[in-house]
Design a protein around this ligand. Structure first.
Ligand SMILES: [Zn+2]
Length: 247
């Protein structure tokens, strides 16, 4: 159930049955020569909508721009500063708290968001902890990276092995191919498996990973693999959500 397709009365009625909401968060950033700029937002969104259906949970609008400063050397990439993203997440959660939501389950599509989203949770909790007179119901936030369940890991290992890499991976490109088959791209990837390593800022990243990929061979992606990955992620995350939201 998408929040944006409900009326306010329907949301009030939902709150009589559940205090949980799912928030997809991604990024808008380069994903190599064959990956879509919206890959991380698309993966988070399509999996969050599947989880919402499987778990009868509301799904908030996708937060499509994340913390991606290291991708700014490539055209089309966008970032929020960590401090901006923290402020955005805090305001979104506070808005929903006002109406009675108490459980905030973020489904994440971008590794670069993890540190900032975790810091945002600390800001959200700290503001409440410092309200010594508050007797408001406790809230809880959870961050789930779509690619990190065992089931998804096993499929990626079986299909791609070490060519999965860590950026512009065949797994995430496959999920976008499943979601948007009309937007599948092909490109010459040279070398087929990209180099690995660390990076600091955007200039350093572009220098070390000139086509944008890290350790991956996204030419191995197929829409059928995307369907398998998507279904596995939805099943695992829906189970985790149901267990978590109930306590
Ligand atoms: Zn990505």
């Amino acid at each position: 159930m998408q929040l944006q397709l409900q009326t306010w009365q329907e949301v009030e009625a939902y709150l009589q049955t559940s205090r949980g909401i799912i928030l997809p968060i991604g990024s808008t950033e380069q994903h190599g020569p064959s990956g879509l700029i919206g890959t991380d937002a698309i993966c988070a969104e399509v999996i969050a909508q599947g989880v919402g259906e499987a778990a009868d949970a509301l799904v908030a609008p996708t937060i499509a721009v994340g913390m991606a400063q290291h991708h700014l050397g490539f055209a089309g990439s966008m970032t929020l500063r960590p401090s901006t993203l923290i402020a955005v997440l805090k305001d979104m959660v506070d808005s929903l708290v006002r109406h009675g939501f108490e459980r905030f389950y973020f489904i994440n599509g971008h590794g670069g968001n993890i540190a900032t989203v975790t810091a945002a949770f600390s800001e959200i909790y700290t503001a409440r902890s410092l309200e010594t007179a508050s007797n408001a119901a406790p809230i809880k936030c959870r961050l789930k990276n779509w690619w990190q369940s065992q089931e998804v890991h096993d499929i990626a290992k079986e299909l791609y092995g070490d060519a999965e890499g860590s950026h512009a991976t065949p797994s995430e490109v496959a999920v976008t191919q499943f979601a948007y088959p009309d937007a599948i791209k092909s490109a010459v990837l040279d070398p087929p498996v990209a180099p690995r390593g660390d990076f600091a800022d955007a200039a350093d990243y572009r220098c070390k990973f000139p086509d944008g990929r890290i350790g991956s061979n996204p030419a191995l992606a197929t829409p059928e693999a995307g369907r398998r990955l998507c279904e596995a992620a939805v099943a695992a995350i829906a189970k985790d959500y149901r267990n978590w939201v109930a306590v």
